[in-house]
Unconditional design. Structure first.
Length: 325
């Protein structure tokens, strides 16, 4: 079941409590179906942390009860993959929130007269560059959220002057109401080559957890970042999986088959590109010789409503721009 996904301590005070005796006593197929329905609703609405809490509580109740009900086992198995995705994303959310909370170690900080702040940081021994922007905007939280959801409209507000800045933007695929893939190109001053980036993003409703909404971003060929130290790992991309498969083929078909079966069950070790259906995968923009592809390890937008007409917005990107500095 989904408890095989590596766990990380939950953020206090939102850790999942153990199942109560009354829940264990009520454990039957109707009770489990109702719990799963609620979990799926929460997950669909972006309430990932809340859904994670209920998954762990339900699994704990089943484990303690030790039920032999095959109907319950089959029902849990049916939703096992979705549960795994939820648990993985909950960990990824915590990693990103932790990165947002770090205010030390920045190489350079620029502020403007309105209180906005832009911070930069290089990561020694890697090609990863970190950009963070914090600002307060005199507009409603829902207006900001609506603007960020319209990927095709980014060119109306992201700067571009004389071929420098955002050149194009488009929504590649809408996987669900809160999950999208976007593609962006940007112009840079000569002699630096123009860049492009393909980004997968999903929304997390944390309003009743910590009073904010988070959009988590990463490149489709980058594996989920489940620990802070992994952000700077040498190889998070799909290339490592391809190399591994090539080595397995040389060892023999039986070894390769066994490895593929193991890998298919280990969702945490897969990038989005590796689990997309063929039709959606075909929509991902190939690398163009005109652009150098930027790789986003992890990033996101953190939106916090301060009042009815005031919103704090924070942006954090940890990217490999493939630029020698």
């Amino acid at each position: 079941m989904a408890e095989n996904v590596p766990q990380e301590p939950a953020l206090d005070p939102h850790s999942a409590p153990e199942a109560s005796e009354s829940e264990e006593e009520k454990l039957n197929i109707d009770f489990v179906e109702a719990k799963i329905k609620k979990i799926l609703e929460l997950y669909s609405d972006g309430k990932i942390i809340q859904a994670e809490k209920k998954i762990r509580r339900l699994e704990d109740a089943i484990k303690k009860r030790g039920t032999d009900d095959t109907n319950i086992a089959e029902l849990m198995k049916k939703h096992d993959e979705t549960f795994k995705f939820c648990l993985i994303e909950a960990r990824e959310i915590r990693v990103l929130l932790k990165e947002f909370s770090i205010d030390e170690g920045w190489d350079r900080i620029e502020t403007d007269g309105s209180g906005g702040r832009t911070s930069f940081k290089s990561n020694p021994g890697t090609s990863i560059q970190t950009l963070r922007i914090d600002a307060e905007m005199d507009t409603s939280f829902f207006n900001v959220l609506a603007v960020l959801m319209e990927v095709d409209m980014f060119h109306h507000w992201v700067p571009c002057t004389m071929g420098l800045g955002l050149l194009s933007c488009m929504e590649v695929a809408s996987l669900s109401k809160l999950r999208k893939i976007g593609y962006f190109t940007s112009g840079l001053p000569w002699p630096i080559s123009d860049r492009d980036i393909c980004v997968y993003g999903y929304g997390a409703d944390l309003l009743d957890v910590q009073g904010s909404v988070l959009a988590v971003l990463r490149s489709p060929d980058v594996k989920p970042v489940l620990e802070s130290a992994h952000v700077l790992a040498a190889d998070h991309s799909i290339a490592s999986s391809k190399k591994k498969k090539e080595k397995e083929k040389k060892k023999g078909s039986s070894t390769s088959t066994e490895s593929q079966n193991t890998e298919s069950s280990n969702i945490a070790a897969l990038s989005l590109e590796e689990i997309l259906d063929a039709e959606t995968r075909a929509k991902l923009p190939p690398q163009h010789k005109k652009f150098v592809r930027v790789e986003m390890r992890i990033g996101g937008f953190l939106l916090t409503p301060l009042s009815k007409e005031k919103t704090k917005i924070s942006l954090l990107w940890m990217v490999d721009p493939h630029l020698e500095l």
